[in-house]
Design a protein around this ligand. Structure first.
Ligand code: ADE
Length: 245
């Protein structure tokens, strides 16, 4: 999976990508990324990238020329096969977009490459969206100062679904949202901490009981914390039985 990130602040992207799991994923060759500084493509004398909105109003709007020229440079840089047959999806990060979730991360992880466009100020000129954007994605119902954090959130959550990135893919099957439930609570040593004990069943070595306990905790947690996610009818017969006990 290769991410192309079009941004006015490549260092924000580089800083996050050069640490921890993202760094390892790149070193192992599971993911690749390249930042593209939109300002480098401005044809104006002072490398201007924004201007006042037509019709008036507060704030500035990102002008179309530097973004579209930057996009053309990204496309020129693609492998020949991608250039001709399956141009990567262009995703614009915006609070007006479809709200991102785990299913979208799983689906996008199947793409060979993605182009992420980070906005700033009041956003980009609508013609950029009309001309080059395939999908508009928001990371939640709040407004940030720019699209870099949202782009990183997409990169991180999509990369976790790329083979080899986690090195323990089975954890993807158990984690929150995978089966419409929040993940069960975790415990590690010590067995007693500030008088609080690890649930006995986890020390029993009885795999079937541990599995049932975890499932029930997942269900109870989802009902309590995320009733909007919970769907009783989607539970299996066995899970419904567990809940009745
Ligand atoms: N840019 C600013 N706010 C955003 C949000 N909530 N999601 C995606 N991009 C954004």
């Amino acid at each position: 999976m290769k991410f192309h990130i079009m941004t006015l602040f490549p260092q924000i992207i580089e800083a996050y990508m050069s640490e921890s799991i993202m760094k390892k994923a790149e070193e192992k060759g599971n993911i690749e990324y390249k930042t593209w500084n939109i300002r480098d493509y401005s044809e104006s004398k002072h490398k201007k990238v924004d201007d006042y909105p037509y019709g008036g109003g507060a704030g500035m709007v990102m002008t179309p020329q530097p973004i579209v020229s930057c996009y053309n440079a990204v496309v020129d840089d693609l492998d020949a096969s991608l250039k001709q047959e399956k141009k990567p999806k262009v995703i614009y990060l915006t609070p007006k977009g479809k709200v991102f979730n785990n299913d979208m991360a799983t689906a996008l992880a199947k793409e060979e490459s993605l182009i992420l466009l980070c906005g700033h100020y009041e956003g980009v000129d609508q013609r950029v969206i009309d001309l080059i954007v395939d999908e508009e994605i928001s990371i939640g119902d709040y407004v940030l100062t720019g699209g870099e954090l949202p782009a990183l959130i997409l990169i991180d959550s999509i990369s976790r679904h790329v083979k080899g990135v986690l090195g323990h893919e089975e954890s993807l099957e158990e984690e929150s949202f995978t089966n419409g439930l929040l993940e069960y609570p975790h415990y590690t040593r010590p067995e007693v901490f500030m008088e609080k004990e690890v649930p006995k069943v986890l020390l029993s070595g009885h795999h079937k009981n541990i599995e049932s306990w975890r499932k029930l905790e997942s269900i109870k947690l989802t009902m309590k914390l995320r009733p909007d996610l919970f769907d009783y009818e989607a539970l299996s017969k066995e899970d419904k039985k567990l809940l009745k006990k």
